[in-house]
Design a protein. Structure first.
Length: 438
């Protein structure tokens, strides 16, 4: 969005109008399920390797909810490429679902629209209380000091997945703990004819997640303490350059990955084409693509030096999915019952097992089902070395603007154009100019 507020409003209005034809669900009177207390509409995010797999996971659970409550849930699994536009359209038209999944990084932006049911003390009490949820997950539910706009549903963290056979063939005995070690390992891996590290260079959200972590490792933030964009400070510029240099300078990310945006890097890893992958809770996706759990290891994402921890040793954003209720639903009571069901201890175990994610509900997370070595890495990361993305109203614009800047920088690297400190700063300056006026 442009820095001039009127132009920004016009641009958003136009994008929402274009997206409106894709908006499903809802009813002419604004309620997702009309006036029927026995029906709910639910937009689920695409968590599995395909929409068909998501439906296979969710439909039996929705049938279980209907048997318990008599309320039928109409399910639509929405691809990530469409989800935010669909939600934004629904917030302006009033014709959204009753219940929806949102990426937890969008919580503050969607909270600012006023369209989502606030989770105050009374509403949390209806689903068993706020203290059932782990603190790190609650940190990505909206602006600090305000009632959350959503409730944690699935928790995830980034980890380094590595192919054991490729490592053994290259004579590498353990996963890299620092970026310098990763680059050094990359030289050995390339000597054996394999790609080193996968990336989704054209995926705006993936770009944001990674450069956010690099910024934390440079002891920098994209926003000032009072919420103003600060994309061009030297530490942020250096962080973004270090990430893009994994392709441009260090040659560990293949140039072809500059065009990846639909999880192709996950498929490459699952097929044994590359040695390493940085991804959120990837086990179920890899299994769906035929990769044996014994074929790969999982380790913390590398840091600049030492071991992961707080501050400059941050190695993941607090990833996850929240569940929210549209405030204008004609069945808020039924929607709240559905949120209670989806976040119940028993259902949390079922859903997070299916998606190999981590329950944000304390009792479920403590279950022995989530004590595998891979989950131990993810749980430790969430507890000790992950940070939430900025919970500011302009967060979604930040993702789009900076994520696109990084996409363009990867395109430069793939085309052989120099990625310099000055070119990185220029891209980030342009991104900052696209942010809404204060």
């Amino acid at each position: 969005m442009r820095s001039i507020r009127a132009a920004a409003v016009g641009a958003v209005t136009m994008s929402l109008a274009l997206a409106a034809t894709a908006c499903g669900g809802g009813s002419s009177n604004g309620g997702g399920s009309g006036d029927s207390p026995k029906t709910l509409t639910y937009w689920a995010s695409n968590q599995g390797a395909s929409i068909a797999i998501d439906k296979k996971v969710l439909q039996p659970e929705l049938a279980k909810f209907q048997k318990q409550t008599g309320i039928k849930v109409k399910l639509e699994v929405v691809p990530w490429s469409d989800l935010l536009n669909r939600i934004l359209t629904a917030t302006t038209s009033g014709q959204g679902p009753d219940v929806l999944n949102i990426g937890n990084t969008w919580s503050a932006s969607l909270q600012a629209t006023g369209a989502l049911l606030p989770w105050d003390g009374e509403n949390f009490a209806r689903i068993g209380g706020k203290d059932r949820f782990v603190d790190s997950a609650l940190g990505s539910t909206g602006v600090r000091g305000k009632d959350p706009a959503a409730v944690p549903l699935y928790s995830m963290a980034y980890a380094l997945y590595y192919n054991k056979q490729i490592f053994a063939d290259a004579g590498i005995s353990k996963p890299p703990a620092t970026w310098d070690e990763l680059i050094a390992d990359g030289r050995k891996i390339k000597a054996k004819g394999k790609s080193v590290l996968g990336a989704e260079g054209a995926n705006v959200s993936e770009n944001i997640h990674h450069v956010f972590v690099f910024a934390k490792q440079h002891d920098a933030d994209f926003f000032t303490a009072d919420g103003r964009p600060d994309f061009t400070n030297p530490e942020v510029v250096g962080a973004v350059k270090q990430y893009v240099d994994l392709m441009a300078e260090d040659k560990v990310i293949p140039t072809g990955d500059a065009e990846y945006a639909q999880n192709q890097s996950v498929s490459d890893f699952a097929k044994g084409k590359q040695a390493m992958l940085l991804w959120q809770s990837a086990a179920s996706n890899l299994k769906a693509q035929g990769m044996s759990e014994n074929a790969y290891g999982i380790a913390p994402v590398p840091v600049q030096s030492g071991t992961p921890g707080t501050g400059a040793q941050t190695n993941s954003m607090v990833a996850g999915i929240n569940i929210a209720v549209f405030k204008n639903s004609h069945n808020v009571d039924g929607a709240t019952k559905f949120v209670k069901f989806m976040t119940s201890d028993a259902e949390q175990k079922v859903l997070n097992t299916a998606y190999t994610t981590i329950p944000p509900v304390k009792a479920a997370q403590a279950d022995t089902a989530f004590n595998s070595p891979s989950n131990a890495v993810l749980k430790s990361t969430l507890a000790t070395s992950a940070a939430p993305l900025p919970q500011v109203a302009s967060e979604s614009q930040f993702e789009t603007a900076v994520g696109t800047a990084v996409k363009d920088l990867f395109a430069d690297a793939a085309a052989g154009r120099a990625v310099t400190t000055d070119s990185v700063r220029a891209r980030l300056e342009k991104a900052q100019q696209q942010m809404p006026a204060a």
